[in-house]
Design a protein around this ligand. Structure first.
Ligand code: ATP
Ligand code: MG
Length: 389
């Protein structure tokens, strides 16, 4: 992206950061320590009032830190001018917060104008950003916020936060006010955008599913502004650090993990493969060595054709006699949840897995999915003591 100096992402570090509002008996954020690696999304999630917004606003000093510190790169935010921080850190607030009497272009240009960019540079930057978030510049530029849908306004909010190519973005429930279908679209778009932009992002939500989807790491906070656990989503789901975390991620945490694993991440079964004309003796030997005892017929490119029937093996050479077509086929890049859904829909216990070229890569079975979920999950096997209580 053509633009200003501070474009490279920076590590963001909370060091025992504490906020104590005057007159309040307990801190709103209590000794928060965590590091957000440069270019990653850290999701702050937790019940209402647990200090998420407070933690986030200490980063750009909209709220002053009572004790402890927050570092951007290796510089304390306390050594920076608040006005300068607010210009350099992108901020998307829950109600989007567009200026109603300014056009979309003027809204997006808010910070560049403050920084005194020349008109030409502003105009081209605004168009570039609208394009980036999927809004047609010629259509949207001169409209007012009230003339946009909620989802479109949200995109303008994101474009505005990106205007000066910030190294860090703060997003406070950015998709909270959007209906579920559009929210899912905005989430996907934003993840695609982030794959390119690689900003360091603090993202607040109270929705654990959104946290699991958006977060490289998730910080679960609990009452009193205390950090309950900070971990990547898979780890959080596999080994919740406390009963609070376990309750918060939900009883279906094993199922939630299906959305985090891809077919390529797990140990697939092997199938005995054969081609028309192969020696049937040889195929029987392959059957003995494989995880499944039904041979899978493939073509000359290794694309699966179907499961061979007994009759296909009756002669000396394999003949094309199918029990069934090789359906459904599962992609290596599918998430386990979708792959499982395909197997269930086809009423089958297993299906061939193919790579991007459609070549056989293994076999996915219900059993494989089930062991992928259980083996790595110590919490899944109740300890004898738990059973007794
Ligand atoms: N300006 C303030 N003065 C005093 N107390 C405050 C102030 N702002 C927030 N608080 C208190 O600090 C605690 C944390 O508030 P905060 O807004 O950070 O919570 P949150 O996790 O963002 O909640 P929500 O999910 O409802 O947005 C709450 O108990 C709140 O009442
Ligand atoms: Mg809040």
């Amino acid at each position: 992206m053509g633009g200003p100096a501070h474009s490279s992402a920076e590590t963001l570090t909370f060091r025992d950061a504490t906020k104590h509002y005057p007159g309040s008996p307990t801190p709103a954020v209590d000794g928060l320590s965590l590091e957000v690696p440069a270019g990653e999304i850290c999701v702050l999630v937790g019940p209402s009032g647990c200090g998420k917004t407070t933690a986030m606003r200490m980063v750009n000093r909209m709220i002053d830190i009572t004790s402890g510190d927050i570092l951007l790169g290796d510089r304390s935010v306390k050594d920076r001018k608040p006005a300068e921080l607010r210009r350099e850190i992108g901020y998307v607030i829950q109600q989007i917060g567009l200026f109603p009497h300014r056009t979309i272009a003027d809204n997006v240009a808010t910070v560049p104008k403050l920084l005194g960019w020349d008109k030409k540079r502003i105009t081209s930057r605004v168009d570039e950003l609208l394009e980036l978030v999927g809004l047609a510049p010629h259509e949207m530029r001169s409209r007012f916020p009230a003339q946009l849908s909620g989802g479109q306004r949200q995109r303008v909010g994101v474009a505005r936060a990106l205007a000066v190519d910030p190294s860090v973005m703060l997003m406070d429930e950015p998709f909270g006010a959007i209906d579920p279908i559009n929210r899912e679209r905005l989430q996907n778009e934003f993840l695609r955008l982030q794959a390119e932009l690689r900003k360091t992002i603090v993202f607040v939500t109270h929705d654990i599913d959104e946290a699991i989807k958006m977060g490289d790491r998730i910080a679960i906070m609990q009452e009193g502004g205390r950090l309950a656990q900070y971990a990547p989503p898979a780890e959080l789901l596999m080994s919740p650090a406390s009963e609070f975390v376990e309750d918060f991620v939900g009883a279906d945490r094993a199922l939630k993990r299906l959305a985090l694993q891809r077919v390529r991440d797990i140990d697939l079964w092997t199938a005995p493969t054969c081609r028309v004309g192969d020696s049937t003796d040889e195929v029987r030997r392959r059957i003995a060595d494989a995880d499944i005892d039904i041979p899978l017929l493939v073509d000359e490119h290794g694309h699966p054709i179907g499961w061979l029937s007994e009759r296909g093996l009756t002669g000396e050479r394999v003949r094309e006699e199918l029990r069934s077509r090789a359906e459904p086929t599962v992609d290596l890049d599918d998430i386990l949840r979708d792959a499982l859904s395909d197997l269930l829909a086809a009423d089958t216990l297993y299906g061939p897995v193919v790579d991007a070229q459609g070549r056989l890569a293994g076999v996915l079975s219900m059993q494989v999915i089930s062991s992928a979920l259980t083996i790595t999950d110590p919490g899944n096997v109740p300890a004898p003591a738990d059973l007794a209580s």
